[in-house]
Design a protein around this ligand. Sequence first.
Ligand code: ZN
Length: 278
Amino acid sequence: MKTIECNLPDSLYEALIARMQADKTTCDHVVSMALSQCLGKPLHTLFQVSTSAALVEGLYQGAVEVSRLLRHGDFGLGTFIDLDGEMVVIDGCCYQVLPDGKVVQAREDWLIPYAVVTRFNAEFSRRSSSLENFGELVSVCDALRASENLFYAFRIDGSFSWVKTRVMKPVSKGIGLKAAASAQQEFLLEEQEGTLVGLWSPGFAGAFSVPGYHFHFLSKDRKRGGHVLDCKTAEVAIGGCAMHEMHVSLPETEEFLKADLTRDPGEALMHAERNHDS
Ligand SMILES: [Zn+2]
């Protein structure tokens, strides 16, 4: 967050005060909204490529270039063509965690089949220490959320005693997500400094999002990462924001246009995204 000071014409100043009173909101909020519209930098908006149902049905072909994704957000997660690894978008850079657990920066012209990004701007934050497991982390995030019906982004920076991650291996055409997840690689990353990049989606969004929490990890040195199955934190800073606008970019590929996406992806997503040990 930055603080600015500026001079305004009287008429704009009066209109600003009137809007703050009418909407019962702060100067920061009105000015941020106005600048976001004027400068074409949407706030509190999720940009999603494709749908979770398409992923469950095995539609892993590229739909949107990394460069376009990064124009819509600087923070988020996703996957790559044929489920080749895990995507972490952080501070405006897009990283690919490879199936061997190593990390490379994604090229701007790569096409991606599924991702969700936003412009991260923490609206609330707190510090925590020694969260024993994923369940405790989730409870802290739950307490920070004001609603069950908006989308939320969470950014958790700090030290982790360990992070258990999984990284998908590329699969051949026609293999659904549930079968693909059974061939995943798991890693136990110990004594890590890094960031959890997370999204929380409401249950009603289950047909196109991953309901509940979805976290990807990236180490501070940008060398290790993956989809988070479990973790134990040391000292961490948790920041988050609510998102009440969503833009979904649907693929125009032949396979997407012809696919049967009427099945509920919920059960397959639960299987593919959660920790199977607990
Ligand atoms: Zn994931």
